[in-house]
Design a protein around this ligand. Structure first.
Ligand code: SF4
Length: 503
């Protein structure tokens, strides 16, 4: 499910200033790619066109966004691999040396360049760096698991990782512990082990899959892929820090800066399909006006129901609450005029003068009616995805924005759920466990499934929705859209109404 707006930047903005020398005159050096996989240690230096620069990065971004969506949906590695295969073949194909492909060089070159371009685009903030490193590691792992044994070993050897093999003496001495931690059956003592500093394999230590002695982890060779992936992450994290420090110099290159900014914006707002422009209802046939919001709020996810209830209770919301809610309402299809009517009547304790001075501008700004050029051209801001709500600007005292599954304590969350009519003990217990395990999306989807259980059964029985349309919800506006459509299953001529865009 791809929802990013991957359009290219306006070609007119690609003005080239030839006085800027630092990126205009690279030292040309043809890179060779003896292996399918790459640790991306050496930046590329050969010339490519600006179109390639942009298109390759966009293609890689599609892949990374899709991988991230797979992890949000809790897909297993095998499900992820099946799901990604056609996309990887289309956008970022990497054939093995043993294939007869004549495109090995161009495929590997695209992979190499696109990684470094996105590294530039996503080095600017810690949040972006963390997400980039996480999804790049997922991609690396996926590819490593697909590599044939011989090619994988050749690649790992080429990395010159200073892993010391355990001696025969050590293997004999710790035989019982090694066999137990490596999960080997009797007779598995022949396994080869490598000694590495335990900090280099945190995942294996956490899962107790290695024997620890004097600060060293004894890693069985079958765990090599995990070790290599951990190395990949460590090096990438370090490289991203260095890139972040070098970024200010890049700002001076006005050919690349707009492209990079555009790319990182797409990554920050992983779901732009809910309309930066706020044009038209998100569901066919729905009346989306200021007056209909109270009735429609029964289809809202808990984050938006909480904002709505706080607004009705206090006749006020603080800044981030207004922003989160305005963009959501825009995403469901409330136009600017109606949105202003909505906020004006909701803030009924303030005068017209106060409203116009303090609140009107921000609503118009969200819709792109006022503001800088790029905001207006882009139709304002996109509605926030769950990822953004969950990770940015946690609410402080007196604020109602954020995700209740994450930001409320259990007692307040339970009270809120009961307040919106969810008192089933099994559901509340499931939400508690999801929250304990930090699976906030799972809690939200659990509640969605409970609230819509009859409609979901009908939709499945009558084959009204495809499997992908029943996947985990990762955007508040998607929650609304599905809820509205499901609750109206019987009321309209179905075949068109139930179809959901882009899912
Ligand atoms: Fe809202 Fe997403 Fe949290 Fe659900 S998981 S309440 S949609 S932010």
């Amino acid at each position: 499910m791809l929802r990013q707006d991957y359009n290219r930047v306006d070609p007119k903005r690609r003005h080239v200033d030839y006085r800027k020398q630092q990126f205009a005159d690279p030292a040309y050096k043809e890179t060779e790619y003896p292996h399918r996989l790459n640790f991306y240690e050496t930046p590329p230096t050969a010339d490519i066109t600006l179109e390639q620069f942009e298109q390759w990065a966009i293609d890689r971004l599609r892949i990374l966004a899709e991988l991230e969506a797979c992890s949000f949906r809790n897909k297993t590695p095998a499900e992820t691999a099946t799901h990604m295969k056609p996309l990887l073949d289309k956008y970022l194909r990497l054939d093995s040396n043993s294939s007869a492909s004549s495109k090995l060089f161009s495929e590997r070159q695209k992979d190499h360049y696109s990684h470094f371009i996105l590294r530039l685009a996503f080095a600017s903030t810690e949040d972006l760096r963390r997400r980039f490193s996480r999804v790049e590691t997922m991609l690396f792992r996926l590819r490593l698991s697909e590599d044939g044994g011989r090619e994988r070993n050749a690649f790992i050897q080429s990395l010159n990782l200073d892993w010391e093999p355990a001696t025969d003496e050590e293997r004999t001495k710790y035989s019982a512990e090694l066999t137990a931690t490596a999960g080997l059956k009797k007779g598995g003592e022949e396994e080869t082990y490598f000694k590495v500093d335990w900090e280099r394999v945190p995942e294996l230590v956490e899962a107790r899959r290695v024997f620890l002695r004097a600060g060293q982890a004894f890693v069985p060779s079958k765990e090599l892929p995990s070790m290599v992936a951990a190395q990949f992450t460590q090096r990438l994290d370090r490289a991203l820090e260095l890139t972040a420090r070098a970024l200010p110099r890049l700002d001076e290159d006005d050919r690349l800066a707009p492209i990079l900014e555009h790319l990182s914006k797409n990554f920050i707002t992983p779901d732009a399909s809910f309309g930066a422009s706020g044009s038209g209802p998100a569901v066919p046939g729905a009346e989306i006006t200021a007056r209909s919001i109270d009735a429609l709020s029964s289809h809202f996810p808990l984050c938006m129901q909480n904002l709505h209830r706080s607004l009705r209770r206090d006749a006020h919301l603080k800044h981030y609450g207004r922003l989160q809610y305005t963009l959501f309402l825009k995403g469901i299809g409330l136009n600017l005029e109606e949105c202003l009517v909505f906020w004006r009547s909701a803030f009924h304790k303030v005068t017209d003068d106060t409203f116009n001075k303090e609140y009107r501008y921000n609503v118009r700004h969200s819709y792109g009616d006022v503001g800088g050029d790029s905001i207006r051209r882009g139709g304002g801001y996109s509605p926030f995805s769950c990822q953004k709500i969950l990770t940015e600007h946690p609410p402080g005292p007196g604020e109602a924005h954020g995700c209740p599954y994450r930001h409320f304590n259990l007692e307040n969350l339970t009270a809120l759920l009961q307040g919106v009519g969810i008192s089933d003990r099994a559901v509340l217990q499931g939400v508690k466990e999801d929250k304990d395990n930090q699976k906030f999306h799972m809690a939200c989807n659990r509640v969605f499934e409970y609230v819509h259980k009859n409609e979901l059964k009908k939709a499945k029985d009558e084959n009204l929705m495809s499997a992908s349309q029943l996947e985990t919800i990762v955007h508040p506006n998607e929650y609304f859209r599905r809820s509205y459509l499901l609750k109206n299953l019987g009321k309209a001529n179905q075949s068109d109404d139930v179809k959901m865009e882009g899912s």
